[in-house]
Ligand binder design. Structure first.
Ligand SMILES: Cc1cc2nc3c(=O)[nH]c(=O)nc-3n(C[C@H](O)[C@H](O)[C@H](O)COP(=O)(O)OP(=O)(O)OC[C@H]3O[C@@H](n4cnc5c(N)ncnc54)[C@H](O)[C@@H]3O)c2cc1C
Ligand code: FES
Length: 257
């Protein structure tokens, strides 16, 4: 159930260039269990910026009642967020949206997790829960350059992990699709989160496979009320889905990328 809470900053640190890891504690964590869901964060207690910022759940630790978000410092909102110190509180609404379906893959089957840049965080909790279920996980993570690579070691704890960088400064030079192709990685179900061109390439690469894609559309309310995040449904000029409440995870082919 979605709730709102002033969560307390427990830890907050940069882990790569302009990439921050933020751990929050609070009762809201009790509501969190689905990887791929997100929270909507009010970055300051001032009136502006008015809109909350959607950030994916990266780790959920029910025992410690803590959750971790990873974000890229980009515009005004995430810059303000990066100034929060341990002990301060942040207004958080969530958990929101529908996460990755864990029941799409069974114990002993293979899942391929593909993340692009700031699309990588929600795959961490997904990998953790899939491995706990007995699924064999392979991760392919793509970044622009070595400076912005994060969580390589953390993903490696869950299974084979490959890195691609566009400039070749770390891992394979090129895109995540190059790694999957070159290594002929086989899988039963594919889960991905990242930029639209990457999701589109994966959808086209595996038309006959079960593929789930998480979209990071611009949002207003985050709860299905404002229509800021709509995307079209294939074969119709009028039908649409809302990324915040119908997604952010969709089965490949469900929405137009
Ligand atoms: C479901 C979902 C999960 C996300 N998870 C993460 C995550 O785990 N880590 C992370 O770094 N980023 C994530 N994003 C993107 C993140 O929300 C934006 O980077 C962030 O809101 C930018 O805010 P800003 O104030 O710094 O930028 P500004 O450019 O000042 O933002 C202006 C407005 O545009 C929206 N916006 C800007 N860029 C994006 C974007 N790429 N996607 C959606 N809205 C955007 C903002 O929310 C805000 O309303 C996610 C987006 C969605 C929709
Ligand atoms: S963000 Fe308002 S309807 Fe999706």
């Amino acid at each position: 159930m979605m709730k709102q809470e002033q969560m307390t900053v427990v830890r907050h640190k940069p882990i790569a260039k302009n990439i921050y890891e933020l751990t929050l504690s609070g009762h809201l964590v009790e509501e969190m269990n689905a990887p791929g869901q997100f929270v909507h964060v009010k970055v300051t207690s001032q009136a502006a910026p008015l809109l909350r910022r959607p950030l994916s759940l990266c780790r959920i630790d029910q025992n410690a009642r803590e959750c971790t978000l990873i974000y890229r410092k980009e515009g005004i909102g995430t810059t303000l967020l990066s100034e929060k110190r341990p002990g301060e509180t942040i207004d958080v609404l969530g958990p929101l949206g529908n996460g990755f379906p864990l029941d799409a893959v069974e114990k002993g089957q293979r899942a391929l997790l593909v993340g692009g840049g700031i699309g990588v965080p929600p795959l961490y909790e997904l990998a953790k829960q899939l491995v706990k279920k007995g699924v064999i996980v392979t991760s392919v993570l793509g970044f622009q350059t070595k400076e912005v690579v994060f969580y390589e070691r953390e993903f490696a704890e869950f299974g084979e992990t490959y890195i691609a960088t566009v400039d070749g400064s770390h891992g394979t030079k090129g895109f995540v699709t190059d790694v999957i192709h070159e290594r002929a990685i086989s899988f039963d179900v594919l889960y991905a989160c990242g930029p639209k061109p990457m999701l589109k390439a994966l959808e086209q690469m595996f038309p006959d496979k079960e593929v789930y894609l998480s979209l990071e559309e611009r949002m207003g309310c985050g709860i299905g009320a404002c229509f800021a995040c709509v995307c079209r449904v294939p074969g119709s000029e009028t039908a649409y889905k809302k990324v915040c409440s119908d997604g952010p995870v969709f089965k490949a082919g469900e929405v137009v990328l």
